[in-house]
Structure formats: structure tokens, C-alpha cells
Ligand binder design. Structure first.
Ligand code: ADP
Ligand code: AMP
Length: 216
């Protein structure tokens, strides 16, 4: 099964994708994570993307569709992919159709995480991850069981993203509204969209997505 998780920054895409990965053996394909890895490694793609990401704007369609295409050539994605943060423009949506078709795969669902934009700023400024294993947390909504210790790997080293600040978040929201929200009707016409309440507790959102994937 191949699905897209669609929603503005902070909607919960990454949180739900990593749960689906753990629960169902699907593979999370987050273009944001891939771009951050490229920035960290100082690759030519990373060098091009860094300033754009820090400004909260969108990296070019060619770059992101290129990295998704390369990732889809790795055999683990044949089990099923969760597209997290991709596609973000109509051109990327068209590229994804071609990339899947060329590999004999298809999209099963587009899960729209329906959220209240004002609540997202709080989610984003409170977000942090474990630097060692990447597990995601939140200052208020998802704290480790023992303060300062990652539940998953025991590390005490945490990171916050440079673009997770209130100013950049506003630009990222505006980019979402202008360029990403307009791709929903494309998928609605194809009958692929399933809307889930993204303002519910994390566990309830997971259950609602599971119900969609299990056809309930
Ligand atoms: P996205 O990948 O869509 O940008 P994340 O999954 O990283 O969003 O979630 C943003 C922040 O909000 C994280 O710190 C996460 O722990 C928290 N979060 C995610 N889903 C919920 C939810 N349903 N309720 C409260 N907080 C949430
Ligand atoms: P995310 O981790 O999804 O919040 O993405 C962080 C940043 O990476 C975004 O603000 C963009 O600058 C860039 N980015 C991630 N995915 C895409 C994409 N599909 N298209 C364009 N830019 C992207």
C-alpha cells in the first residue's frame, strides 16, 4: 500500500508515519528528513537547499522529485511507502504519479490531517527530536517518560530544527496554503482522499488512520 500523509507543518505527518512504519512495516519517505540529511552531509543538493529551508520556502520540484525517485529504487519501498511532506506542489503530484507508474505501483490513499492552523504554531515551537535515533517529542504533548532521556534509545542528546521558529512557521504555512492545499482536489477527483481529525490525541489519530487503511 502506498499512501500520502497530507497536512500543514506540524499536522502530525512525521509522528504518524513513524508509527505506521513500526506497526505495519511500511517505509516512511520524508523529503524534509532527506533534505536535512543532505544539508548535514554538505552534498550539492544540501548546499542548494539549506538557505531555502531556513527561510521556510519550498525547495525546487526537480530536487525533491529526484530524491524521491532515487529512494523508490531501493527495494525496501516495494513493501509500501508513506509519503510524508511530498508532494507539496501540483508538479510534484504529477511526478509522483509517473514515478509510481514507472515502477508498476499505485497510490492507495491520501490521508488529509485536518488541523487548526493556530494550534500548529504551538506544536512546532515545542517540537524536538532525539539526536541519536530521531524519535520525535514535544515539550507539552509528547514528553519522554523520564525527563531528558529518550524513551527509544536512552540518549540524552536532543535537537530542535532551525526552521521551527514562529517567524519561519508563518512562511511555511503560507507556502502550504498557496502551493500544497490546491493539490487536494486533484486527489479528491480520483476518490483517494480520506480526512482524519488531526486535532485529536496522537493515539486517536493513529487509530483513525488504521481504520482507513484496514478499510473500516
Ligand atoms: P509534521 O511532520 O506534520 O510537521 P510532527 O509529526 O513533527 O508534524 O508533529 C509536530 C509536533 O506536534 C511534534 O512535536 C509532535 O510530537 C506533536 N504532535 C503530533 N501530533 C500531535 C497531536 N495529535 N496532538 C498533539 N501534538 C501532536
Ligand atoms: P518538513 O520536514 O516536511 O517540515 O520540511 C522542511 C523543509 O524542507 C520545508 O520547509 C521545505 O523547505 C523543504 N521541503 C521538504 N519537503 C519538500 C517538498 N516536497 N518540496 C519542496 N520543499 C520541501
Amino acid at each position: 500500500m502506498n499512501i500520502i500523509l497530507l497536512g500543514p507543518p506540524g499536522a502530525g505527518k512525521g509522528t504518524q508515519a513513524s508509527r505506521l512504519e513500526a506497526d505495519r512495516g511500511m517505509v516512511q519517505l520524508s523529503t524534509g528528513d532527506m533534505l536535512r540529511a543532505a544539508v548535514k552531509a554538505g552534498t550539492p543538493t544540501g548546499i542548494k537547499a539549506k538557505a531555502v529551508m531556513e527561510a521556510g520556502e519550498l525547495v525546487s520540484d526537480e530536487i525533491v522529485s529526484g530524491i524521491i525517485g532515487e529512494r523508490l529504487d531501493m527495494s525496501d519501498t516495494a513493501q509500501g511507502a508513506i509519503f510524508d511532506g511530498y508532494p507539496r506542489t501540483a508538479a510534484q503530484a504529477a511526478s509522483l504519479d509517473s514515478l509510481l507508474e514507472e515502477r508498476g505501483r499505485k497510490l492507495d490513499y491520501v490521508i488529509e490531517l485536518d488541523v487548526d492552523e493556530e494550534a500548529l504554531v504551538e506544536r512546532i515551537v515545542g517540537r524536538y527530536t532525539c539526536a541519536a535515533c530521531g524519535a520525535g517529542y514535544h515539550d507539552t504533548f509528547l514528553r519522554p517518560a523520564t525527563a531528558g532521556v529518550c524513551d527509544v534509545c536512552g540518549s540524552g542528546d536532543f535537537r530542535r530544527r532551525p526552521d521551527d521558529n514562529e517567524v519561519t512557521v508563518r512562511t511555511r504555512m503560507a507556502e502550504y496554503r498557496a502551493k500544497t492545499a490546491p493539490i487536494l482536489p486533484i486527489y479528491e477527483r480520483r476518490g483517494l482522499v480520506r480526512r482524519v481529525d488531526g486535532m485529536a490525541d496522537i493515539g486517536r489519530v493513529t487509530a483513525a488512520i488504521a481504520a482507513v487503511l484496514d478499510g473500516q
